[in-house]
Ligand binder design. Structure first.
Ligand code: SAM
Ligand code: SF4
Ligand code: SF4
Length: 330
């Protein structure tokens, strides 16, 4: 296999695929309702990759070194018959994970697991219903997410991880409860520094609870070795057993190890979460490009990659043209 390396010698190992830009929640930090309201122009069906197209591109990425695929969105479980895509991908030599807000897992987890999904990460920012409601702004409940986690566990979609975005003045007082709730169950909670992704969430550095502040809230954390190069979360052992992760993109960036590519629902390849432009693969594919043609496009894009946004971010970094996380896949 060709070992592709970008301009900073980073290989291509992970592919995140956004299967839809739509969502059944309106988290304030991701899809604020005043922007993503009833008149927002989401992608239309004809403009998004079919499952056959996703599977074809996945095969090309795997031939270039991708070992893990993560399905994301928007909310991936809103895409109809997602298990069909998973059963296609499961025929390939690749690990398949998914990030979801969890509320549709009770309905879909059995079919997803049977189709070959390996594991899920569930996003949950608070156990307190009122705090959760204020963050997610959607009428869904903590109880529904917890039911989703149970459903995923019961069909073997573990080890499950929880993603918690921490925002100042919003949910710092939830962190200890989240760790206590999940640490005894072999479910690792990963605290994510609130990021300036997209252009709609009104991010300010003052809203970030830093990794250091989190380490002061969850005390006595013992650092663990990374399991592989490019691991996104810094992992820690808790005194009572169990694990916690910190995703420190803002205050302790990890661009040097970033091996992730992202494919948007409309078939554009992005080499950084903070990119403003992607490489259109859907149009050439629909115009009849061969696998060799598509491979050449992907290869030259990765070879030219020099992204390091989090290492050079300033509070005044321009946001106007940055793509939204719900579009590019978290
Ligand atoms: N809807 C699914 C979910 O919420 O799990 C998948 C897509 S979501 C964009 C993927 C992850 O991105 C979630 O864990 C979410 O909390 C995180 N996320 C979204 N906006 C963020 C932000 N501004 N800063 C940090 N993480 C963010
Ligand atoms: Fe939807 Fe996930 Fe974004 Fe929340 S974080 S609005 S659940 S895509
Ligand atoms: Fe990777 Fe871009 Fe994030 Fe750096 S800022 S870790 S290059 S996605």
């Amino acid at each position: 296999m060709v070992e592709l390396r970008d301009t900073r010698e980073r290989p291509l190992r992970d592919l995140r695929i956004s299967v839809t830009d739509r969502c059944n929640m309106r988290c304030r930090y991701c899809m604020p309702r005043e922007v993503f309201g009833s008149d927002f122009a989401f992608l239309s069906k004809i403009d998004i990759l079919t499952y056959e197209e996703i599977d074809r591109l996945a095969g090309l990425f795997i031939s270039l070194g991708v070992e893990k695929i993560r399905l994301s969105g928007g909310e991936p479980l809103l895409r109809k018959d997602l298990h069909e895509l998973i059963s296609m991908l499961a025929l390939r030599e690749v690990e398949i994970a998914m990030t979801t807000n969890g509320v549709l897992l009770p309905r879909y987890a059995p079919a997803l697991s049977a189709a070959g999904l390996d594991r899920v990460t569930v996003s949950l920012d608070a156990l307190d219903e009122a705090t959760f409601a204020a963050i997610t702004d959607s009428g869904h409940t903590v109880a529904a997410v917890l039911a989703g986690i149970e459903a995923a566990e019961s069909v073997g979609l573990g080890p499950i991880k929880i993603n918690t975005v921490v925002k100042k003045g919003v949910n710092e007082d939830e962190l200890v409860d989240l760790v206590e709730r999940f640490s005894s169950r072999d479910i690792a909670v990963r605290f994510i520094e609130y990021m300036d992704v997209g252009a709609t969430n009104g991010w300010a550095m003052d809203d970030v609870v830093t990794a250091n502040e989190i380490r002061n809230i969850i005390t006595e954390l013992k650092p663990l070795q990374a399991q592989y190069p490019g691991e996104v979360a810094k992992r820690y052992r808790l005194p009572q057993g169990g694990e916690v992760g910190l995703i420190t993109s803002v205050t302790e960036p990890f661009c040097g190890d970033c091996t992730r590519a992202r494919l948007s629902a409309d078939g554009h390849l992005y080499t950084c979460l903070f990119a403003s432009q992607g490489l259109d693969l859907l149009t050439p594919m629909r115009e009849g490009a061969s696998d060799t043609d598509l491979l050449a496009l992907i290869e030259s894009c990765w070879l030219a990659r020099d992204d390091q946004y989090s290492e050079i971010r300033t509070e005044s970094s321009p946001t106007r043209t940055r793509v939204e996380m719900s579009y590019i896949g978290g």
